[in-house]
Design a protein around this ligand. Structure first.
Ligand code: CUA
Length: 317
């Protein structure tokens, strides 16, 4: 499937439009944009022209010195801009309502934003993942919430953005028009790893979606090690923890089970089940020497998922 690039434009400034409302919003945006350029050029053009045309020179020194009033002109420059601004208001309000009022017949996902990743709860499979997979042509509703600071869920290709706030649910909906893999960004500065808060939205056809659901349901009954291996990439552990010994943002998983590690406070600790569990659910408690406290908490994992990850780590040698 095609991975959409943000720099690949559908219009001059914006990435390819991929939701049902995106191209309409673009028409609105572009209308204001180009009309503003037209006004800017006109006003400056006329100003420059008049400056040259009516400059002081022999023969026109007796130009009127003081202009006090012109009713007709004042009415024109009040009425015309007022009409223009009201058109922009009505048009913008209509699009705002379209974006804000969620249609009926939706598939509803729960989304959690945290420093620094997104977690999606699939209502059909009951599973959590760090990537969102949705069917093409269906209304998708996201009910979002943050567990730490303010984030902002942003789908540039869909022209959809909404803040994700601790202690409150916010809602965003869209209907994906085109299949593809689209970038999901955080659009609110939320700490030093803000720029890494990226994931993808995969829009698939109904058939592929049914297959995805069937596979996800089947995967609920796989052995712990296999589950852990799947979670390693689906939760994005692979972004920081390598399997081949290379250091990343976090320690490699290669051969760590059973060895002793030195922590930043100088203490040594054996890598066993309890330590791993604590480091997944409360990563800040024991930081390995040479690394920073940057890992988000995965305290919302189920017992089965925690068990799967720990069993998997044991096998990485
Ligand atoms: Cu989350 Cu920026």
């Amino acid at each position: 499937m095609e991975q959409k690039n943000l720099m690949e434009s559908g219009s001059l400034w914006l990435p390819e439009a991929a939701s049902t409302y995106a191209s309409d919003f673009d028409v609105f945006y572009n209308s204001i944009y180009y009309f503003s350029i037209f006004l800017l050029v006109s006003v400056f053009g006329i100003a420059v022209y008049f400056t040259i045309r009516y400059r002081r020179r022999a023969g026109n020194e007796i130009a009127e010195k003081q202009i006090t009033h012109n009713d007709r002109m004042e009415i024109i420059w009040i009425v015309i801009p007022t009409i223009l601004v009201m058109i922009v208001f009505a048009w913008g309000f209509r699009d705002y309502i379209r974006f804000t009022v969620v249609p009926e017949d939706v598939i509803e996902y729960k989304v959690i934003g945290q420093k620094w990743n997104w977690i999606f709860f699939d209502p059909i499979t009951g599973q959590q993942s760090s990537e969102l997979v949705v069917p093409e042509g269906r209304n998708i509703k996201l009910v979002m919430n943050s567990i730490d600071v303010i984030h902002s869920f942003y789908l540039p290709n869909f022209r959809a953005k909404r803040d994700v706030i601790p202690g409150r649910y916010t809602v965003l909906w869209f209907n994906a028009e085109k299949k593809g893999i689209y970038p999901v960004l955080c659009a609110e500065y939320c700490g030093d790893q803000h720029s890494t808060m990226l994931t993808t939205l995969k829009v698939v056809g109904q058939e592929e979606y049914d297959q995805y659901i069937a596979e996800a349901k089947a995967s609920q009954n796989i052995p712990p090690v296999e589950l852990g291996e799947k979670l390693y990439s689906s939760y994005g552990c692979n972004a920081c923890h390598s399997l081949d010994g290379k250091p990343g943002l976090g320690p490699t998983w290669k051969g760590i089970f059973g060895i002793d590690r030195e922590l930043v406070n100088g203490e040594a600790i054996a890598v066993e089940e309890n330590y791993l569990r604590e480091s997944i659910t409360q990563p800040a408690v024991k930081i390995v020497s040479g690394y920073n406290n940057v890992m988000p908490s995965f305290a919302y994992l189920s017992e089965k998922e925690l068990d799967g990850l720990i069993e998997y780590i044991k096998t990485v040698k």
